[in-house]
Ligand binder design. Structure first.
Ligand SMILES: [Zn+2]
Length: 265
């Protein structure tokens, strides 16, 4: 198996996973989406809310604000030495104390930890009119997307199969396939049909359908093109790396369990 980066940005990356099974490719996708932890507000103490939103709606909106996550800094609550009760090693408080008239933004929260703050300060939370007030303490902790979508570190996490497109030597060069392709994958160059951009192919099979000679073939391979976009809580490369580490740990755990079962039987 091999991993090659096509696009390597801070928040968006594209990479090719070569020679892997469909099950493994899907495991990588699911690990990124559901198993890599991020910080999000998990409960809120609302001391005062005279805004137009109910406490529950307000709490839900606050929970969905993406927070910068330093994974090495915090423990998962269930693994923390406090036993999940809450301590500086597993949770952070963000306070909001505002009075209208004002449009309250995510950036108005004051965090106890300067490194755990909203990714974007310009997310609107609620509009306060004159005299309306909010006094809130929101508590953030680590969690995974498996538990709630607010903990998902990715907004885009998908893959597609990279096909193997072959044009045989009997091709007369009628260019019907080149014209039919909606994604400009093929081109007619030096008297023959060539593959210009295989990564753009969505395997719609239009080229195969219009070819009256049957000289073009599109086949599935064991290579996958992944596109991953971070919500900003951590760089996209950290998400990919963490997901792979989690998969390795899971495989090790599985091996240990099987070894124990083998000894017992
Ligand atoms: Zn703790």
């Amino acid at each position: 198996m091999k991993l090659e980066f096509v696009e390597d940005g801070e928040l968006r990356a594209s990479f090719i996973l070569r020679n892997a099974s469909a099950a493994f490719a899907n495991s990588v996708r699911r690990a990124m989406k559901s198993l890599v932890p991020t910080m999000a507000v998990d409960y809120v103490d609302i001391y005062l809310n005279t805004s137009c939103l109910y406490d529950e709606v307000l709490a839900h909106r606050i929970g969905l604000i993406p927070l910068i996550t330093k994974l090495d800094k915090f423990n998962m609550p269930e693994e923390c030495s406090c036993g999940g009760e809450g301590c500086p090693n597993c949770q952070v408080s963000l306070r909001l104390n505002v009075e209208g008239p004002k449009l309250v933004y995510s950036g108005d929260f004051v965090s106890d930890d300067p490194e755990t703050v909203p990714v974007y300060g310009n997310i609107p939370v609620v509009k306060l009119y004159k005299g309306q007030q909010l006094m809130i303490e929101a508590v953030a902790r680590l969690g995974t997307g498996k538990e709630h979508a607010k903990y998902q570190p990715v907004s885009v996490c998908a893959y597609k199969i990279i096909p193997n497109i072959q044009v045989s030597s009997e091709c007369s060069g009628c260019e019907e396939c080149v014209k039919a392709c909606p994604r400009s994958v093929l081109e007619f160059k030096d008297g023959e049909v060539k593959v210009k951009d295989v990564l753009a192919c969505s395997m719609c099979m239009e080229c195969v359908n219009v070819c009256s000679e049957g000289t073009i073939k599109v086949e599935e391979t064991n290579d996958y093109l992944f596109t991953v976009e971070s919500i900003g809580s951590m760089p996209v490369k950290n998400i990919i790396q963490k997901a792979l580490e989690i998969l390795i740990d899971k495989a090790k755990g599985m091996n240990e369990t099987l070894a124990v079962l083998g000894e017992e039987s």
